[in-house]
Design a protein around this ligand. Structure first.
Ligand code: C2E
Ligand code: CA
Ligand code: CA
Ligand code: CA
Length: 278
C-alpha cells in the first residue's frame, strides 16, 4: 500500500506540473493575443417573445488559438480575471463590437441593445472604473444602447465598487442585467442592493424545463418575482419549442438560445438580420 501511495503521488505531481505549465503557456499566449488584437467577438441575438425582431444582442468573447484551436471563454476569462487582464479584454471586446456594429450601421435600429459581460474585476478599483467609463465615453455618446450582464457572484466580490459604478452608468442610461440568475448564493440580496433592470435566468434552469417539474416551477417563480418587481426577465439556453412555449406562458419577456440563433460573427449577423426583415 505504501508503494502505491508513492506512485500515486508521483502521478499527481507530474499531472500537476503539466497542468501548471499548460496554464503558464496559455497565460503567455493570452497576453500576446490581447496585445496583437487577436481575440474576436461573437454576437448572439435576443428576442422578445411577444414581437418579432431582435431585442438585443449579447457580445461573447472568442479566442482562436493558432495551435490549440478555439479556447472556450470559460477557460480564458477566469485566467484573465486571475491575472489582471480582464480590463484589457473588456476594452477590446467593447471597442470591437461597438465599432463593427456602428460601421455596419446596425446599432439602434436593427440592434436596439448591445449586452456585454462584465466581471467584478473590471471595477476592482477606482482606476479600473475610471478607465471603463472613459473607454465607453470614447466609443459612443449614447449609452442607452449599452447593457451590462453582471453575475451575482462577481457583483458580491466587490459590492461597494460595483454599486458605485452602476449608479453612474444608470444615470447615463446604461441597463444592467443580473446574469446566471439563481445560481449564486444570494440572488435576492443582489437584486435589493444594486440598480438592476433585468434578470437573466441561467441555462441550467432552462435545460430540463420540459422534463423536470421542479425546475419548471422554479422558472415560473423567478419570472413571477421579476414581473412583480417590474424587472425584465430573459431566459438563456432556449433550445426547444417546448421550452419557448413554457417560458412564454409563464410570462417571460425575452429569450436567447440555439432555437433562435447561435453566437455568430458580424457577417453572419448581417445576413441573419437581413433574412428577418425580408
Ligand atoms: P454566459 O454569459 O452565461 O453566456 C451564455 C453561454 O451559453 C455562452 O457560452 C453561449 O454561447 C452559450 N449558449 C447560448 N445559447 C445556448 C443554447 O441554446 N444552449 C447552450 N447549451 N448554450 C448556449 P460561451 O460563449 O462559451 O461563454 C461562456 C461564458 O464565458 C459566458 O457565460 C460568460 O460568463 C463568459 N464570457 C464570454 N464572453 C465574455 C466577455 O467578453 N467578458 C466576460 N467577462 N465574460 C465573458
Ligand atoms: Ca451573459
Ligand atoms: Ca438583456
Ligand atoms: Ca449562464
Amino acid at each position: 500500500a505504501k508503494s502505491m501511495g508513492t506512485n500515486r503521488l508521483r502521478v499527481y505531481k507530474s499531472e500537476y506540473g503539466e497542468h501548471a505549465s499548460r496554464r503558464t503557456k496559455l497565460l503567455f499566449d493570452l497576453k500576446a493575443a490581447i496585445a496583437n488584437r487577436r481575440l474576436s467577438v461573437a454576437y448572439q441575438p435576443q428576442f422578445k417573445l411577444d414581437e418579432s425582431g431582435i431585442s438585443g444582442v449579447e457580445v461573447l468573447a472568442r479566442w482562436d488559438h493558432p495551435e490549440e484551436g478555439v479556447i472556450a471563454p470559460d477557460v480564458f476569462i477566469p485566467l484573465a480575471e486571475q491575472h489582471g487582464l480582464i480590463c484589457d479584454i473588456t476594452d477590446f471586446i467593447m471597442q470591437t463590437a461597438i465599432q463593427e456594429l456602428t460601421n455596419a450601421d446596425l446599432l439602434y435600429r436593427q440592434v436596439p441593445r448591445l449586452s456585454f459581460n462584465v466581471s467584478a474585476a473590471d471595477f476592482n478599483n477606482s482606476h479600473g472604473t475610471e478607465r471603463f467609463l472613459h473607454n465607453l465615453a470614447e466609443l459612443t455618446g449614447d449609452w442607452s444602447v449599452i447593457e451590462l450582464e453582471l453575475t451575482e457572484t462577481s457583483a458580491l466580490l466587490n459590492l461597494a465598487g460595483v454599486k458605485g459604478v452602476l449608479n453612474v452608468l444608470r444615470e447615463r442610461g446604461v441597463q444592467v442585467s443580473l446574469d446566471d440568475f439563481g445560481t449564486g448564493y444570494s440572488s435576492l440580496s443582489t437584486l435589493r442592493l444594486l440598480p438592476i433592470q433585468e434578470v437573466k435566468i441561467d441555462q441550467s434552469f432552462v435545460r430540463d424545463l420540459a422534463t423536470n417539474a421542479n425546475d419548471a416551477r422554479l422558472v415560473k417563480t423567478i419570472i413571477a418575482m421579476a414581473n412583480a418587481l417590474n424587472l425584465r426577465v430573459i431566459a438563456e439556453g432556449v433550445e426547444s419549442q417546448q421550452q419557448a412555449h413554457y417560458l412564454k406562458q409563464a410570462g417571460c419577456d425575452e429569450v436567447q438560445g440555439y432555437l433562435y440563433a447561435k453566437p455568430m460573427n458580424l457577417k453572419a449577423l448581417q445576413s441573419f438580420i437581413k433574412n428577418l426583415s425580408s
